[in-house]
Design a binder for this molecule. Structure first.
Ligand SMILES: O[C@@H]1[C@@H](O)[C@H](O[C@@H]2CO[C@@H](O[C@@H]3CO[C@@H](O[C@@H]4CO[C@@H](O)[C@H](O)[C@H]4O)[C@H](O)[C@H]3O)[C@H](O)[C@H]2O)OC[C@H]1O
Length: 371
C-alpha cells in the first residue's frame, strides 16, 4: 500500500496534532524521549502522557540503574527500581536508554570510600558491569557506559576509578559492557560537551582512548543541561557533533536535555527564549543524520531535578508543573514537523504515520497504489 498523507496533512486535521515522537520519526530520527523516575509512576495524569509512545518513543531511568541502587552492598544486586521503569517502557513499546555504569556520583560508599588496589577495583568494576548489563541484556538499546569522566578543562576528573586504575578504567568499562551485551550501543555521556571547547576536545580524546584500546564505543551522549539564553549556537552544536563522528563514533544523541531559568518565575519573553533554545537544539540534531534522538530529563517541571540541585533555578522543561505544554513544546513540535514535511521521504512518513493511532482515530483519507 502506498500512503500519500504527509505530516503536513496530518497537522492540518482540525483538532489533531502529531506528537513529538511521531514527528521525530517522520523527520528521520529514531526517537524523541524522556527520562522518568520511580516515584512519579503513581501519578496517573503524568503517566498518561509519559506512556504514550507517539509522544515519547524512548525512556531513560533517571536513577534506578545507578550503582547506589543496583549494588548497594558488594555483591548484593537489586534491580527493583530499574526493572520497574524498563518494564514500563517495554509494555508501552518504548526504546530504553540505560543509565549509567561507571560514574563517580551516586556511588555506594563501599565503592567510593573503599581501599582498593588496581586489581581489586578492576574486579569490582568488571563484576558490577557484567552483572548489571547481563541483567538487562537485550533490553537496553544503548548504555551510558561512562558518565562524566571529564573536568571542564578536558582533563580527566579525579574519581575513585581514575585515582586507583588510571585512564584505562574507561576502555575497561566499555570492554566489560560489550562483553555482557554485544548488541547494545555503547556511549560516553557528559555535560558541557554540546558546544566547542576544551571539554569537547576531552570527549574526542576519550573516543580515541577507547578505540586505541581495541574496545567498542558507538556514541557520545551530550547531556545538554543548558541555561536559557546561554546555549551554544547551532553551528557550534553541529561542529561538536561532527567532531565526535570524525573521531569514529557512529551516532550521537542529546541524552538529558533541559534548559533552565537561573531565576524564577520566567516571564513571557523568557519562555519565548527558552522555546527558541529548545528549537536550536532540535535543529542541530535534525541537521546531522547520525544524531539519533533527543531525550528530555523528564518532561514536566513538576518532576525536574533542577530545583533540588540548583537552588533558585528551574522551569527547565517543555511542560509546566500542571502538565500544560509551554512555548518550548510548540517550538520543538513545529521544528520537527517542518523537518518531517520538508525533508523526510514519503517512505519515512508512510512508515511512521500509517501505524499511528491518530490516523486511525481521525480517519485521514489515504490513497493507495499497487495493492
Ligand atoms: O533525581 C536526580 C537525577 O535526575 C539526577 O540525574 C543526573 C542529572 O544529570 C547528570 O548529572 C549532572 C549533570 O549536571 C551537572 O551539573 C552541571 C554543572 O555545570 C553546569 O554548567 C551544567 O549546566 C550542569 O548540568 C551535575 O553536577 C551532574 O550531577 C546525570 O547524568 C544524571 O544521572 O541525579 C541526581 C538525582 O537526585
Amino acid at each position: 500500500m502506498y500512503f500519500s498523507t504527509t505530516a503536513a496533512a496530518l497537522l492540518a486535521i482540525p483538532g489533531a496534532s502529531a506528537q513529538l515522537n511521531q514527528l521525530a520519526k517522520a523527520a528521520g530520527k529514531l526517537y524523541f524521549g524522556s527520562a522518568t523516575d520511580n516515584g512519579e509512576l503513581t501519578d496517573a495524569a503524568y503517566v498518561a502522557i509519559l506512556e504514550d509512545a507517539n509522544m515519547f518513543g524512548q525512556i531513560t531511568p533517571g536513577n534506578g540503574q545507578k550503582w547506589e541502587y543496583t549494588e548497594p552492598s558488594q555483591g548484593q544486586f537489586d534491580y527493583t527500581s530499574g526493572d520497574q521503569i524498563v518494564d514500563f517502557a517495554e509494555s508501552n513499546g518504548q526504546i530504553v536508554r540505560c543509565h549509567t555504569l561507571a560514574w563517580y556520583s551516586q556511588l555506594p560508599s563501599w565503592v567510593g570510600d573503599g581501599t582498593w588496589t588496581v586489581d581489586t577495583l578492576t574486579s569490582v568494576l568488571n563484576t558490577h558491569i557484567a552483572n548489571e548489563v547481563g541483567h538487562y541484556k537485550g533490553q537496553c538499546r544503548s548504555w551510558d557506559v561512562v558518565n562524566e569522566a571529564l573536568n571542564e578543562d578536558g582533563t580527566y576528573r579525579e574519581n575513585v576509578f581514575y585515582t586507583v586504575i588510571g585512564e584505562s578504567y574507561i576502555p575497561l568499562a566499555f570492554e566489560a559492557t560489550a562483553a555482557a551485551d554485544p548488541d547494545a550501543k555503547l556511549y560516553y555521556n557528559d555535560y558541557n560537551i554540546e558546544g566547542t571547547g576544551a571539554k569537547q576536545d576531552g570527549a574526542v580524546t576519550i573516543i580515541n582512548l577507547v578505540k586505541d584500546a581495541g574496545a567498542k564505543i558507538d556514541g557520545v551522549g551530550m547531556q545538554a543541561h543548558l541555561i536559557v539564553g546561554t546555549i551554544p549556537t547551532q553551528s557550534d552544536l553541529e561542529t561538536s557533533i561532527n567532531s565526535y563522528l570524525s573521531a569514529g563514533v557512529t551516532e550521537v544523541a542529546y541524552t538529558e536535555l533541559d534548559i533552565r531559568f537561573s531565576s524564577l518565575p520566567p516571564d513571557d519573553a523568557g519562555l519565548q527564549q527558552q522555546a527558541t533554545d529548545y528549537g536550536t537544539v532540535t535543529q542541530a540534531c535534525l541537521a546531522v543524520d547520525a544524531c539519533v534522538g533527543i531525550t528530555i530529563w523528564d518532561y514536566t517541571d513538576k518532576y525536574s531535578w533542577i530545583p533540588g540541585v540548583f537552588a533558585g533555578s528551574g522551569a527547565a522543561l517543555p511542560w509546566d508543573e500542571n502538565l500544560s505544554e509551554k512555548p518550548a513544546y510548540s517550538t520543538i513540535s513545529s521544528v520537527l514537523a517542518a523537518a518531517a514535511t520538508g525533508s523526510a521521504s514519503n517512505a519515512t512518513i508512510t512508515t511512521t504515520l500509517v501505524t499511528s493511532t491518530l490516523i486511525t482515530a481521525t480517519s485521514v483519507p489515504t490513497s493507495t497504489s499497487g495493492s
